[in-house]
Design a binder for this molecule. Sequence first.
Ligand SMILES: Cc1cc2nc3c(=O)[nH]c(=O)nc-3n(C[C@H](O)[C@H](O)[C@H](O)COP(=O)(O)O)c2cc1C
Length: 232
Amino acid sequence: MRVLGVSGSPTKDSNTDALIKAVLSTTGAETEFIKLSEIKVGPCIACMKCVYTNECVINDDFKWLSRKVMEADAIVVGSPTYYGSASAFMKAFIERLYSKRHIKLLMRGKLAATVAVGVAAEKMVAEWMGNSLRAGGMEIVGSMTAKGTPCCFVCGPGETCDYTVWNAYSKELTGMDLGVGEAYKEYLEILPDNVPYAHGSAKFLKSYRSVKDEPPVMAEAERIGKLIRERE
Ligand SMILES: Cc1cc2nc3c(=O)[nH]c(=O)nc-3n(C[C@H](O)[C@H](O)[C@H](O)COP(=O)(O)O)c2cc1C
């Protein structure tokens, strides 16, 4: 059995990468891990030239990557959550798989698993990746999400910036309750001398969150790997 892992996270040794690798290593299969940010896979340009050939005509790394997808019995895709969606790397990769769908539905019967990491909207990302791969004929054997690090916590000025994520989406600034307070309560303690969410000042409870420090999260990735293994 061959299993291909594809990460849409551009961050080195990211949480997304760690979870995909944990799935791969428990499949017991021949595996390969590819980081989309290290190769060139652009978005679909809707030329429709793939309709009868099932081959994308764009001349980039999707040419060899699509062969690896076709040779794999299962693929494990993972993405961080960017603007409530999959990363552009993952979006482009999944768009390009469109070439394998027409007429022959070439990915039919392959197994797939999805991993999404984020702070607030990661479930939507996992669901979107799963639905997209299912539409390509794949069977989703497992799907998981994990909490990652909010980008403002690692950028430097995050603690004082007025437009830091929890402020930019706050009820005070947007007039809508987007659930920011709930999403960030594990990460932040709002200081008593500040109006919550109206100023960018808070105490960081977690500056970097690694899934490797969270055994139940790693165990879930391993469980998904075993589900793939059982299908051999
Ligand atoms: C451009 C950008 C946009 C982001 N947007 C969101 C978002 O909409 N929702 C969210 O939950 N996290 C968002 N994040 C935070 C990432 O999802 C978070 O840092 C995640 O842990 C990254 O996963 P990785 O370390 O595996 O790449 C964003 C990060 C970046 C860089």
